[in-house]
Design a protein around this ligand. Structure first.
Ligand code: SAH
Ligand code: SF4
Length: 352
């Protein structure tokens, strides 16, 4: 089976022509998929039946995701669980706010980086998602809620820059076909230096978010094991280069782990590390998962913020969303497929 979702409008036009149809049939398909969120070929009513049958005979289908479950939180946040036609479950989150409708998408099932505090990492890496599967999360959520999505953040399950080609194609489809402004798209990375370098060459107006979490290699090696491969010196160089190329300010994310990375000394060390970078810092309250961490106290977060603020860095504390349905960052992981009864995840208490 091949999915039409994930093909660009020019690719769909080419396909239509290859099947002996006028090119505009491809444009019609693109509208159904990306504007209407319709993936059932038989529901694409302005296409001739013969063309739809030809597509099916050639092994094409609209998309591959089915909505398996939707949970609604008291603040309106909705967590979606998608079944990818028997190839695993994918989680995404939709958050209404005064700025519009934001969605958080996954790029992989599981994640190989295995950050010490992240629920996605605990389950290990399973597979990359295709560009179609990434975009389909957005269009299906848009379709379900009947409103236009305005912002897309790549902060769900997975490390986007470990799935570079699909992520980039998804970004381009979201921009060109779904109509999301490039400046309303954010890609978050735990620090894949070659991926950051490649992305800087694309010179896109999207927002790059970098998950810092610790200002020295010793602590960061432990929290974000990928740091052993790409350390803070290499990362700083890549981020400077990214800004030089794109002129875009980078978002630095810092998850606040009680008693681990939230001391005033570490705030001052963070200030030193950030010097010379054009950044906006986002402090993320930790969402408790199975991992052996606890959230920082609000006054500790405020003190950390004040130190960055006094040093002249723009800094915000992320507002927690969807807490009552575990719909926040790092909490996404195939909850419909819990570990076997009575066996809590073993990795949960692994500490360096
Ligand atoms: N893999 C990418 C993007 C997905 S994670 C990355 O790590 O950047 C998106 C953000 O959520 C990252 O900053 C990540 O560190 C953070 N995160 C992970 N688990 C979390 C948790 N339990 N509570 C709060 N933030 C978490
Ligand atoms: Fe992967 Fe990001 Fe979770 Fe780290 S925080 S394990 S990079 S999804």
């Amino acid at each position: 089976m091949a999915d039409l979702m994930g093909l660009t409008a020019p690719e769909l036009k080419e396909l239509a022509e290859r099947l002996g149809e006028p090119a505009y049939r491809g444009t019609q398909v693109a509208k159904w998929l990306y504007k209407q969120g319709v993936t059932d070929l038989d529901a694409m009513t302005d296409l001739p039946k013969a063309f739809r049958e030809k597509l099916k005979a050639e092994g094409y289908r609209g998309g591959s995701l089915q909505v398996a479950k939707v949970q609604v939180a008291s603040d309106g946040t909705r967590k979606f669980l998608f079944d990818s036609s028997g190839c695993g479950m994918i989680e995404s989150v939709l958050m209404p706010s005064e700025y519009g409708l934001s969605v958080c998408v996954s790029t992989q099932i599981g994640c190989a980086v295995k950050c010490a505090f992240c629920a996605t990492g605990l389950s290990g890496f399973q597979r990359n998602l295709s560009a179609g599967e990434i975009v389909e999360q957005v269009v299906l959520m848009q379709q379900e809620c009947g409103d236009r999505v305005t912002n897309v953040v790549f902060m769900g399950m997975g490390e986007p820059l470990h799935n570079y080609d699909a992520t980039l194609k998804a970004v381009q489809l979201l921009n060109n076909e779904v109509g999301i402004g490039m400046r309303h798209i954010s890609v978050s990375t735990s620090g894949v230096v070659p991926g950051i370098d490649r992305l800087s060459e694309e010179n896109l107006q999207l927002t790059l978010a970098f998950s810092l979490h610790a200002p020295n290699d010793k602590l960061r090696d432990y929290l974000v094991p990928l740091n052993r491969r790409y350390n803070l010196a290499a990362l700083k160089k890549a981020l400077r280069n990214y800004h030089d190329r794109t002129k875009r300010r980078i978002t630095v994310e810092y998850v606040m782990l009680g008693g681990v990375n939230d001391s005033p000394d570490l705030a001052r060390e963070t200030v030193e590390w950030l010097r010379g970078l054009h950044v906006h810092v986002n402090l993320i309250p930790y969402n408790a998962t199975d991992a052996d961490f606890k959230p920082s106290r609000p006054q500790t977060i405020a003190a950390f913020r004040d130190i960055l603020d006094a040093a002249g860095f723009p800094v915000t504390v992320r507002v927690e969303r969807g807490a009552d349905i575990a719909a926040a960052c790092g909490q996404l992981r195939r909850q419909a497929e819990p570990p076997e009864a009575g066996s809590p995840p073993q990795e949960a208490s692994t500490r360096a």
